[in-house]
Ligand binder design. Structure first.
Ligand SMILES: Nc1ncnc2c1ncn2[C@@H]1O[C@H](COP(=O)(O)OP(=O)(O)OP(=O)(O)O)[C@@H](O)[C@H]1O
Ligand SMILES: [Mg+2]
Ligand SMILES: [Zn+2]
Length: 260
């Protein structure tokens, strides 16, 4: 399973992007499906699921762990742990994929860097490992599945099938969507397949796995398929905004030939 980012080209350098490879069998040339074909078909079905614009080019190095971003020592320690585990995970991706292990970042505080970090990991996996990566909030993925009920062009089964099989699925904001009658069924279906394949899932959430508002069969699968990592419980969004305001206020208070 290789890159979705190199659509049009074959990541295995076998089929020239046609999706079919020509091999010789008993002296005759026959066309067989290239491995890149399945990934391309999956990618098309999950077209909506890409990293959000804000973090499109974010790399793990951009995730800062200094006292400008986090004020509490405890947050700095946690941010360092998150960053280190993200870096090691990317470096040891093939091994982790073999073990079918992903990561689960959680902290209650909004604006603490969870979406930024999981997006950065996705970008690193695309660039360093040519991985097929799809990103969606859990709510968006479930809504997309629901929208297929009334769209004859895309069957619900196709979309669920793509979410089951994509090499790296990043599910942001787990547990934050309202729980509807089909939520547990669809999530279970997707995660139960992923737990038994050489694919990985990277989660972010504002709660611990055991507190997720899904049924226990889903929570058990997530515990099996991802290493939980406690993220800083402090809002970088708020800290940066405060600094920006403080600087602007200082600037306003330094009178530079006051305009009338
Ligand atoms: N460690 C960090 N280094 C640099 N910028 C950061 C860091 N953490 C967060 N930010 C910045 O703070 C903002 C909020 O981060 P992010 O959206 O990742 O938080 P979140 O934990 O996903 O929040 P929410 O719970 O609201 O989804 C972003 O604009 C991001 O650029
Ligand atoms: Mg977020
Ligand atoms: Zn190919």
């Amino acid at each position: 399973m290789k890159s979705l980012s190199s659509q049009g080209k074959c990541p295995y350098d076998r089929c020239g992007g046609t999706g079919f490879d020509v091999i010789e069998v008993d002296g005759k040339e026959v066309a067989v499906e290239c491995e890149c074909r399945e990934q391309r078909l999956l990618s098309n079905k999950l077209e909506f699921a890409t990293i959000i614009d804000e973090f499109q080019n974010t790399r793990i190095d951009d995730y800062k762990t200094d006292s400008q971003h986090y004020k509490k020592d405890k947050s700095i320690q946690r941010a360092k742990m998150c960053k280190k585990s993200a870096q090691s995970y990317v470096n040891r991706f093939e091994e982790m994929k073999g073990k079918r292990k992903g990561l689960y970042f959680y902290s209650q505080m909004a604006g603490s860097g969870k979406t930024m970090l999981v997006s950065a990991i996705g970008n690193e996996l695309i660039h360093k490992h040519k991985a097929s990566v799809k990103f969606a909030t859990a709510g968006d993925l479930l809504n997309a599945i629901r929208s297929t009920y009334s769209n004859p062009d895309l069957s619900c089964h196709d979309l669920i099938d793509a979410a089951r099989k994509v090499e790296v699925l990043i599910l942001d904001d787990m547990g934050q969507q309202s729980i509807k009658s089909d939520t547990n069924d669809h999530l279970f279906d997707i995660l139960n397949h992923r737990v038994n394949r050489d694919v990985v899932t990277i989660f972010s959430s504002n709660c611990k796995i055991e507190d997720l508002p899904y049924n226990f069969r889903i929570r058990d699968r997530i515990t099996k398929m991802a290493i939980p990592i406690e993220s800083p419980n402090e809002s970088v969004r708020k800290n940066l905004a405060q600094q920006e305001n403080d600087e602007l206020l200082r600037d306003l208070l330094v009178s530079r030939g006051d305009k009338q």
